[in-house]
Design a protein around this ligand. Structure first.
Ligand code: F6R
Length: 609
């Protein structure tokens, strides 16, 4: 997703802007640009592709300046191209923007009627013209920016500069992140702290609805209506190297605990949105998705489990038929292609050989509507699909995937809602409830993480076991599968997952007092059926470990251990219920003394067949 860096200082700030953009590359982008004020007036450079292409232009032109704004763009409105790359210019002022302006069409119509000419397909250009227009009446740059953003609906972080005021940058945010970096030689702004650590650790985080004026020697913050506000200055503790372990013993533990942040980063674009926009999935999403007839999800391992959960959502909420295939099977299978299928590939790394080959296979059969859900923006998978959603889990080092999985689920839920909306199955009321539930998700996950001490206690019961059974029903059956995969890959305990209804069709024969049975049991429509399945286990002497939730009435009894998750979370409960299973595997592995982050025989990125 887009990244912003802005600067006004007593030095040439171009190297700072470029280094800042490089630090923001992880957010995902397809073009980059910057605008400077220098002896040429307002100078703009833009390039499709990598920040390296923009750097080459800077080297070629010798561009330099004391005031500038820079941007990496991840296309939502308008294809990736130089003309759509930011900054956008109107009447001597330049704007960069992160987010989506939902009312851009109405504003564009009005501005066109006022004589403004548009040179791009972006929603951002509307902001540039709007500020230029407001300047004509207000005469003051800061006031004009505030008057303009008061008219915007949607999510944004913006930075603006003006040729005739060379020592002034105005920034504002609503929904999308933005912070200030303070130094004695000038002031800076960026989408996240990592971009500014090169010059300072003194940061000021802006709140939603804040606007700020940056000068070389000072800054001030106001609300949109101009009321001055103070925001605390903090000393950033962020490591320049985000892959350091910090307070954690293992990367897997760190990554489990990073899930609330990973989810809020992944869901950043809906932060202040009032509606769900197809543009979340890329500039052409609406056209590509409109008459899709069915969904085919292809992935491996944990990513495959994310796809299995999504099938329940896609069919129930979006009303679209969905199949999910293991990539290594699909690529060699004679299947029946349908060009109106949306092929969704899911991968943390974006380099998994089987998933890539399966995508090639689907395309070779004429299925060109493709979407990647991936954590690595520069990966092969992302380059080869028509649409993409970059999960913002941050680097995942532990071989066992954790935060990548939950962010994949969040992305798949957004896809479900986008399709439901395009297919007329999402009322405004439902849409707003879904947005509220998604926004609260990071907090809900954080509360589940507080159960760690109890889960640690349970882990002791498993350490000496050789086998374990995981049970779930409905969309929690794939969560049981994921729990079993986590346990086997890092603790080397043999674990199998079953749809609980299948128990008496065979696996019940395995159950005795040596077989711990873990049940994923949120209070959904299948809870009574699941309870009967659990009775069957208990009657055969099996020890039960039940992950219930706040609403379920499951009680502890002899041989039945119950842990209640703090909230019941409806359709999204799969996202919460996987977290205790991750923690359980982690603590069982610790007790058994295995190499948690690098389990034997496994690799993080499976780039061979
Ligand atoms: C398990 C795990 C693997 C991966 C699988 C696919 O914890 O991490 O099962 O999910 O190898 O990898 P990606 O998602 O990179 O395609």
């Amino acid at each position: 997703m887009c990244g912003i860096v802005a600067a006004v200082a007593d030095r040439n700030i171009v190297p700072v802007l470029l280094e800042g953009l490089r630090k923001l590359e992880y957010r995902g982008y397809d073009s980059a640009g910057l605008a400077l004020i220098n002896e040429l007036g307002l100078q703009r450079l833009r390039a499709v592709g990598r920040v390296a292409e923009l750097t080459a232009q800077v080297d070629e032109t010798g561009a330099a300046g004391n005031t500038g704004i820079a941007h990496t763009r991840w296309a939502t409105h308008g294809v990736p191209s130089e003309r759509n790359a930011h900054p956008h210019i109107s009447d001597g002022l330049a704007v960069v923007h992160n987010g989506i302006i939902e009312n851009h069409e109405a504003l564009r119509t009005r501005l066109k009627a006022d004589g403004y000419e548009f040179t791009s397909d972006t929603d951002t250009e509307v902001i540039a013209h709007l500020i230029a227009h407001e300047l004509k009446t207000t005469g003051d740059f800061f006031t004009a920016v505030r008057a303009s953003i008061a008219q915007l609906q949607g999510a944004y972080a913006i930075a603006v500069l003006r040729e005739v005021e060379p020592d002034r940058v105005i920034v504002a945010r609503e929904g999308s992140p933005l912070l200030l970096g303070l130094t004695d030689e000038g002031n800076y702004a960026a989408s996240d702290a990592s971009a500014l650590l090169q010059v300072t650790r003194r940061m000021v985080y802006l709140d939603n609805g804040d606007c700020a004026e940056l000068l070389r020697g000072s800054y001030r913050i106001t609300r949109v209506d101009g009321t001055p506000v103070e925001r605390a200055e903090t000393e950033s503790q962020l490591s320049a190297d985000s892959v350091e372990l910090g307070q954690y013993r293992h990367y897997m533990q760190k990554e489990i605990f990073e899930q609330p942040v990973a989810l809020s980063n992944t869901l950043e674009l809906i932060g202040a949105a009032r509606s769900i926009q197809p543009g979340l999935l890329g500039a052409d999403a609406e056209v590509t998705l409109k008459d899709v007839r069915q969904i085919l999800i292809i992935a491996c391992g944990t990513s495959y489990h994310a796809g299995l959960v999504a099938r329940y959502w896609l069919e129930a909420i979006a009303g679209i038929s969905c199949s999910v295939e293991v990539a290594s099977e699909y690529r060699y299978r004679d299947s029946v292609p349908d060009p109106q299928t949306l092929v969704v590939t899911i991968s943390q790394s974006g380099e998994t050989a089987d998933t890539l080959a399966a995508l090639h296979h689907a395309k070779a059969q004429g299925m060109m509507r493709t979407l990647a859900i991936c954590n690595v923006p520069e990966s092969s998978l992302v380059r080869e699909t028509a649409l993409r959603f970059i999960t913002r889990a941050g680097p995942e080092i532990g071989v066992a995937s954790t935060k990548a999985f939950t962010t994949q689920l969040a992305a798949l839920y957004l896809l479900t809602l986008v399709l439901a909306k395009l297919r007329g199955r999402l009322t405004a009321e439902h849409e707003s409830a879904e947005l509220t539930a998604l926004r609260h998700l990071p907090v809900a996950v954080a509360k589940v993480l507080e159960l760690e001490p109890q889960i640690k206690e349970w882990a002791g019961h498993f350490a000496m076991k050789q086998h374990a059974l995981f049970l779930g029903r409905g969309r929690h059956y794939p969560i049981a599968m994921e729990g079993a995969l986590k346990l086997k890959e890092i603790s080397y305990i043999h674990a199998e997952a079953y749809a609980a209804g299948e128990l008496k069709h065979g696996p019940l024969a395995l159950v005795d007092k040596e077989m711990p049975v873990i049940a994923v049991a949120p209070n959904d429509t299948l809870i009574e059926k699941l309870k009967s399945n659990l009775q069957e286990v208990r009657a055969r002497g099996g020890e039960l470990y039940v992950f219930a939730d706040a609403d379920s009435e499951m009680q502890e009894s002899d041989g039945v251990h119950v842990l209640h998750l703090p909230e019941h979370y409806g359709a999204l409960s799969a996202l919460l219920h996987v977290v205790p299973l991750q923690l359980l595997s982690y603590h069982v592995a610790l007790v058994r003394g295995t190499d948690v982050d690098k389990p034997r025989n496994l690799a993080k990125s499976v780039t061979v067949e």
